[in-house]
Each structure stands twice: as structure tokens, then as C-alpha cells.
Design a protein around this ligand. Structure first.
Ligand SMILES: Cc1cc2nc3c(=O)[nH]c(=O)nc-3n(C[C@H](O)[C@H](O)[C@H](O)COP(=O)(O)O)c2cc1C
Length: 216
């Protein structure tokens, strides 16, 4: 299916059929696509927690007490992914990414490896010290991963709901994320819509082309 059709087909699912489970090979493929999301200087400042059991989803749903309209979108979905971002760009992470790039054959020679390391560190230091927005910069990368997953989901015939309406502090505590150097940023419910989903039948709404694009 062409990408425009996919973009128009996907929509934010408001009610799920709790009896339907996503096949394992579909989830595996989606997660593999997610793992390949692009990020600035290949920084990959994220971690994804996948709730696939009723117990796991119930733990996530606790963080929606003040966002009750989102609770059933977590409990009745088949899977829910927590998109978490690093709370710091650590030396250990920078070294791990560089080592992985080396193992994956990214460097033709040692100067190439050194250059990549220096470039990545210069971006990190730009955001840490000059622009003072390191956390914000890392979270932008995580949102790219969300976009990747949203398009991947519809391509696999899945329904999905991006969810910012949750208590990140409560969820971080529930999952012990901050102790592990991460904080939750956004959730993604995945599964199959229920017949009661009012949103499935509504037309999509976007600002017109002339307002959104400028051509030079
Ligand atoms: C980052 C993000 C967070 C969102 N959070 C919620 C949410 O908490 N609950 C919800 O029902 N919809 C949520 N939405 C859905 C948006 O309202 C929806 O994407 C938008 O209205 C466009 O509609 P469409 O996704 O059906 O095309 C979120 C969307 C995005 C991209």
C-alpha cells in the first residue's frame, strides 16, 4: 500500500477489542522497525518497555488516574509500549553506541571512528552546555521513534493510540525508570479497534496544503 494511503488510514484509536491479541511475529517486526528508528548522530537515547500481559498493562494504567479517558486505551489494547528517554547522555552510552557502530562495520578506518565519536560528542556538548537543552534534544529523538512506530503499526494492519495523557512521575516510579537512567515520555497502545470506537468513522482533519507548505 502506498504511504499516503497508509497516512490517511491510520487514526487514533479510542476503544479496543480486548479479546484480540497481536500475533507475535507482527509485534517482533514492529519492534525491529522501532529499533531501527533514526536519531541525531545515531544517539539512540531511548529505551522501550513493552507491556504485553494484563499485569503489565495494569501497571501502566495506574499512571492514568488523572487521565481516566486513557485508562481503557491501555487496558484493552493488545500491547502498550512505553517510550522512555535517557535522563543523561552518559559516557557509558556514548561508548556503547561507538562500539556497536564498530561491530556493525560503520568505520572504514580508525580516523573514521575517531571522527564519528568526536562529532557525536560535539552535538551532545552543544545541547548540554551551549543550548542547555540536552533532555529536550534527546526527547525529540524519542518522538521520531514514535512516528516510526505509528506508521509501522498501520502498515502491519494494527490500530494504535499515541498517549501523552499519563502521569510520567507515577509511571517512572512504578517501573523504576529513573533509577535506571530513563524517564517516560509517551506511550503507544497497539491492537485492534472495537466496534464502539466512535473515532473510527470520523473523517480525518488537517490544515489545508496551502497553509502547511511553502514552496521556494
Ligand atoms: C504525541 C501525541 C500524544 C497524544 N496523546 C493522546 C492522548 O493522551 N489520548 C488520546 O486519546 N489521543 C492522544 N493523541 C492523539 C491526537 O489527538 C491525534 O493524533 C490527533 O487528533 C490527530 O488525529 P489522528 O491521529 O486520528 O490522525 C496524541 C497524539 C500524539 C501525536
Amino acid at each position: 500500500m502506498d504511504t499516503v494511503t497508509l497516512a490517511k488510514r491510520r487514526y487514533t484509536t479510542k476503544a479496543y477489542d480486548a479479546s484480540r491479541k497481536i500475533p507475535q511475529e507482527t509485534i517482533d517486526a514492529l519492534l525491529e522497525q522501532l529499533r531501527h528508528s533514526p536519531s541525531s548522530v545515531n544517539s539512540q537515547p531511548w529505551h522501550f518497555i513493552v507491556a504485553q500481559s494484563d499485569e503489565g498493562k495494569a501497571r501502566l494504567a495506574k499512571a492514568t488516574e488523572a487521565f481516566a479517558y486513557n485508562t481503557s486505551k491501555i487496558l484493552n489494547a493488545s500491547h502498550v509500549i512505553v517510550f522512555a528517554t535517557r535522563t543523561d547522555m552518559t559516557e557509558a552510552h556514548l561508548e556503547a553506541v561507538l562500539a556497536q557502530e564498530g561491530a556493525d562495520g560503520r568505520f572504514r578506518d580508525e580516523p573514521g571512528r575517531v571522527m564519528q565519536d568526536q562529532t557525536r560528542r560535539s552535538y551532545v556538548n552543544l545541547h548540554r552546555f551551549d543550548q542547555k537543552d540536552l533532555q529536550h534534544w534527546m526527547e525529540k529523538q524519542t518522538y521520531l521513534a514514535l512516528g516510526t512506530a505509528l506508521l509501522g503499526a498501520v502498515a502491519h494492519g494494527l490500530d494504535a493510540t499515541p498517549i501523552e495523557g499519563f502521569d510520567a512521575k507515577a509511571l517512572d516510579a512504578e517501573l523504576g525508570l529513573r533509577e535506571q537512567g530513563f524517564t517516560s515520555v509517551v506511550l503507544l497502545s497497539l491492537g485492534y479497534r472495537s466496534q464502539e470506537d466512535f473515532n473510527a468513522g470520523l473523517s480525518k482533519s488537517r490544515l489545508p496544503t496551502e497553509d502547511v507548505f511553502t514552496f521556494l
